[in-house]
Design a protein around this ligand. Structure first.
Ligand SMILES: Nc1nc2c(ncn2[C@@H]2O[C@H](COP(=O)(O)OP(=O)(O)OP(=O)(O)O)[C@@H](O)[C@H]2O)c(=O)[nH]1
Length: 301
């Protein structure tokens, strides 16, 4: 049995180099779920690659992710810190563009690090073999790379090879994060809290005590995310009240109030999850749920 490996990587490269598309191809659909979630690392997690034998956590590099500013300035200490804290750096160099001053600038900065850097030649599907070979040669002369891997994130070409190569550079260690979307307790609790807050805005009386909000599921919308943007998420939430009269209050005349609740909650949830969502709210009556142990359990109390 091979030893389990885990660690952090970040993807760098000049604007339009294919960083986001590559990140999404590496992590499949999980990127949106994990984006914007600060955890034990103080860096924002862009996605997690879960495998039988390894876990790779892709983190954002402040500044290098907005390389337009980078080209004008020196890399600041923060960026250098981040880059020296990860286990491996993926440097994207698009095959359809000549190695230019922007790439040389980043290469020079990366040369100062101790961390292994993998040169990833992105978009190899858009050029012929001759051009690709030429580009690989130019890239190999640009610096000291731990590996050079040509990929096409759009066609999925060599993405698995790249994952193997990256994991080869990770230290042995246990998984850092749980597998599976909904195991992330704090996130679903926060989503429920945002809905609850919106639903209770302007209402008084006993309703606050009678309302239980439960996140049913958070799943990526099928087919979304192929454009390089984080996938859109379907967020389904149940609002449990104790009486029909309370249900009527939450829903409002012609559903007007529930729509307003949805609009308000959606803004907060999108900011939290860092992606577009479709928020599906269902109001249900669970009679006297507060006094019923079975129901309490089901509602997460
Ligand atoms: N044909 C092809 N196009 C690609 C590939 N990867 C990315 N692209 C396209 O290249 C463009 C830039 O890709 P992004 O992933 O947004 O690049 P980025 O480096 O994240 O860009 P910035 O956010 O500006 O730094 C998009 O139009 C992608 O669709 C690829 O493997 N093949």
């Amino acid at each position: 049995m091979t030893e389990f490996r885990s660690g952090f990587a970040c993807v760098v490269g000049r604007p339009n180099a294919g960083k986001s598309t590559l990140t999404n191809a590496l992590v499949g659909q999980k990127v949106a779920i994990t984006s914007g979630r600060p955890q034990t690392t103080r860096h924002t997690i862009r996605g997690i690659v879960h495998r039988e034998d390894a876990q790779l956590v892709l983190v954002d590099t402040p500044g290098l992710h907005r390389p337009r500013t980078l080209l004008g300035e020196r890399l600041n200490d923060l960026v250098r810190d981040t880059l020296s804290e990860v286990d491996v750096v993926l440097f994207c160099l698009p095959a359809d563009q000549k190695v230019g001053p922007g790439d040389r600038f980043i290469a020079a900065e990366l040369a100062r690090l101790e961390v292994p850097v993998i040169a990833v030649v992105t978009k190899s599907d858009v050029v012929g073999r001759g051009r690709l070979a030429e580009h690989l040669l130019m890239v190999s002369q640009l610096g000291e790379w731990a590996d050079i891997v040509p990929v096409s994130a759009v066609e999925g070409y060599q993405v698995d090879v790249l994952v193997d190569v990256v994991i080869g550079h990770l230290p042995p260690g246990p998984a850092l994060y749980p597998d599976g979307e909904l195991t992330d307790e704090p996130e679903t609790v926060m989503v429920a809290e945002l809905v609850r807050e919106a639903a209770l805005e302007g209402v008084r009386d006993e309703l606050p005590h009678s309302l239980a909000v439960v996140v049913d599921e958070i799943v990526p919308r099928e087919g979304s995310g192929s454009d390089g943007r984080p996938p859109m998420l379907d967020v389904r939430v149940n609002l449990f009240v104790e009486r029909d009269s309370q249900k009527a209050i939450i829903i409002g005349k012609g559903g007007e109030r529930l729509r307003a609740v949805g609009t308000q909650a959606r803004q907060g949830i999108e900011a939290l999850l860092g992606t577009r969502i479709f928020l599906d709210l269902h109001v249900k009556v669970a009679k006297d749920w507060q006094r019923d142990p079975k129901q309490l359990g089901r509602l997460g109390f």
